[in-house]
Design a protein around this ligand. Structure first.
Ligand code: DAT
Ligand code: MG
Length: 148
């Protein structure tokens, strides 16, 4: 089953949005298979956002994502990578639709509450960066028969 890496960023943790975000994904029908509250070391932040290394905002981005605890998660389900991106909303909250996490809770691109992998390749890379295999729990849920 498809998996993705999602993370409540430091602004989302400070604004008490962990439960709201976990609730939205659970209500949708996705399954949580790993989660931890952690502060990201600078080297991990630089690796995670490696694709943006040359962008002018890279320094600020790394500073922000390491500025306080994040809630890192792995979620599983059919099309979870693309559908969780839809549930997050556009990168810039100016453009994210109401009903999305960023559309409902964020105002500015620098503090946009949530991270989510954008492809199968980035999901695999980011899950491996943040979680050991033993931290991911495979378990059956009867309700999944009514979802998938
Ligand atoms: P996303 O988080 O939607 O995958 P991204 O991968 O393009 O977006 O960028 C990663 C983060 O970098 C994004 O969540 C917020 C920040 N960012 C992106 N574009 C930015 C910009 N023009 N100015 C400042 N921060 C930006
Ligand atoms: Mg991205």
């Amino acid at each position: 089953m498809e998996q993705t890496f999602l993370m409540v960023k430091p602004d989302g943790v400070q604004r008490n949005l962990i439960g709201e975000i976990v609730g939205r994904l659970e209500n949708k029908g996705y399954q949580l298979v790993g989660a931890k509250l952690m502060t990201i070391p600078t080297e991990l932040a630089e690796q995670h956002y490696g694709e943006h290394k040359e962008r002018p905002f890279f320094g600020e981005l790394v500073e922000f994502i390491t500025s306080g605890p994040v809630f890192a998660m792995v979620w599983e389900g059919e099309n979870v990578i693309s559908t969780s991106r839809l549930m997050m909303g556009a990168t810039n909250p100016k453009e994210s639709a109401p009903g999305t996490v960023r559309g409902d809770f964020a105002v500015t691109v620098g503090k946009n509450i949530i991270h989510g992998s954008d492809s199968l390749e980035s999901a695999e890379r980011e899950i491996a960066l943040f979680f050991n295999k033993e931290e991911l729990v495979a378990y059956a849920k009867d309700a999944n028969n009514w979802i998938n």
